[in-house]
Structure formats: structure tokens, C-alpha cells
Design a protein around this ligand. Structure first.
Ligand code: SAM
Length: 196
């Protein structure tokens, strides 16, 4: 899988564009900056946006090509952030985060619960979790994401992954994606907001 992502990100174009995800942007625009973790951050579009707003950003991805593009984007936007090349299960940090955003972080079913349970521990008490990913209804839509039901999200699957969070809202939404060449068109997504 890592090879697939390195190949995708080796193009000069940004696979999901250079602008932040719309849901992420709308949430960040109404919150004061703090310390943010962006797991599986790809080519850095959300990390760069958060850094430009004054957030202390830690991002990671397994892809070296993604890290390279993220740092190029940060430089072009004259902002700075920490981007690590890491597998999600190896991620560690001494200081907890005010916010974690899971953006289209789809993994094989056996890895799903272990990865999210591990990363959720890095949210500080009172901190926020945000999530957007493709729903099982997105199969065959042609707007992006895995085409394998087991790797997609449902509201019940996400509620279970985020069960340690209070005031948890999880919902399904029909949206139009316009995020680079790989996220385009009518899509069914799951979104979530929770507080630890
Ligand atoms: C669809 S992309 C999303 C990138 C980014 N979050 C965005 O929305 O622009 C999924 C990303 O997950 C990363 N990924 C998948 N499994 C991973 C793992 N176990 N550890 C770290 N990164 C992983 C891939 O390398 C890829 O960059």
C-alpha cells in the first residue's frame, strides 16, 4: 500500500489539491489555534492550512513522497510544521493534542480499531476529534476512495471507533467533492465531531 501512495504522490500535481478539506476548514475557522495532530496527512493540504492559522501542527504519513510535497507546500505558503514519516501504529508523542482530524484515513478492516484506538489516546481531555471519510454508499460513485465495503465507513462503525468521546455527533452527508484529481464529484461521506 505504501508503494501505491508514493506513486500517487510522485506526480507534480497534488492528488487532493493544495486547499484544505472543506469540512476541516469550516471547523478550524471557528476554533482558536492550539496543538493539532493530522494522521495520514498525505501531501499536507490540511496541515499547511492549520499552520497558516497559527496552529502548532504535527502531521504524519507513511509516504515519503507525501512528506516531500507537504514540505514544498509549506515552503510555498511560507509557513512551518512538523511532518513525520511514520506508520500510524508507531506514532508517539510526549504531549497531548487539542484536536485530531482524521481525513479520509481508510485502512484494512483488521487495522481499523487498533489504529484509531491508538491515535485517540493522543487527544487531551476536553480536546476535539474531527473526522471525514467515505461512506459505504460511495461505492460506484466515481468520486474517489476505496471501492471495498470493508474499508469504508458507516455511522455505526465510526460511533464505535470514537466511543470514548462525549457529545459525539456522527452523520452521513451527500456532498460534492472538488479536491484535486482524485476527489471529484458527488460523494457520500461520514462526518464526526466529538469531545474527549
Ligand atoms: C486518501 S489519502 C488522505 C490524505 C490526507 N488525509 C488528505 O485528505 O489529503 C490516505 C493516506 O493515508 C495514508 N496511510 C494509510 N495507511 C497508513 C498508515 N498505516 N500509517 C500512516 N499513513 C497511512 C496514505 O499514505 C495516504 O497518504
Amino acid at each position: 500500500m505504501k508503494q501505491l501512495w508514493n506513486e500517487r504522490y510522485s506526480d507534480t500535481a497534488y492528488a487532493y489539491g493544495t486547499e484544505p478539506n472543506a469540512f476541516f476548514k469550516s471547523q478550524l475557522d471557528q476554533r482558536p489555534p492550539g496543538r493539532i495532530l493530522l494522521p495520514a496527512e498525505g501531501e499536507g493540504r490540511n496541515a499547511v492550512y492549520a499552520a497558516m492559522l497559527g496552529w502548532d501542527v504535527v502531521a504524519f504519513d507513511q509516504s515519503e513522497a507525501g512528506e516531500k510535497k507537504a514540505m514544498q507546500l509549506a515552503e510555498a505558503k511560507q509557513t512551518s510544521l512538523s511532518f513525520r514519516i511514520e506508520d500510524a501504529m508507531e506514532f508517539n508523542d510526549d504531549t497531548a493534542f487539542d484536536l485530531i482530524f482524521y481525513g479520509f484515513f481508510h485502512v484494512p478492516p483488521a487495522a481499523l480499531q487498533p489504529i484509531y484506538t491508538h491515535l485517540n489516546t493522543f487527544v487531551k481531555p476536553g480536546g476535539t476529534i474531527l473526522l471525514e471519510g467515505f461512506s459505504t454508499r460511495n461505492i460506484g460513485r466515481g468520486s474517489g476512495g476505496p471501492q471495498n465495503e470493508a474499508m469504508l465507513f458507516s455511522t455505526s462503525r465510526i460511533k464505535s471507533l470514537l466511543q470514548d468521546f462525549q457529545t459525539l455527533e456522527v452523520w452521513e452527508e451527500e456532498i460534492t467533492l472538488n479536491e484535486g484529481p482524485f476527489h471529484q464529484g458527488a460523494a457520500s461521506v461520514i462526518r464526526a465531531i466529538g469531545v474527549k
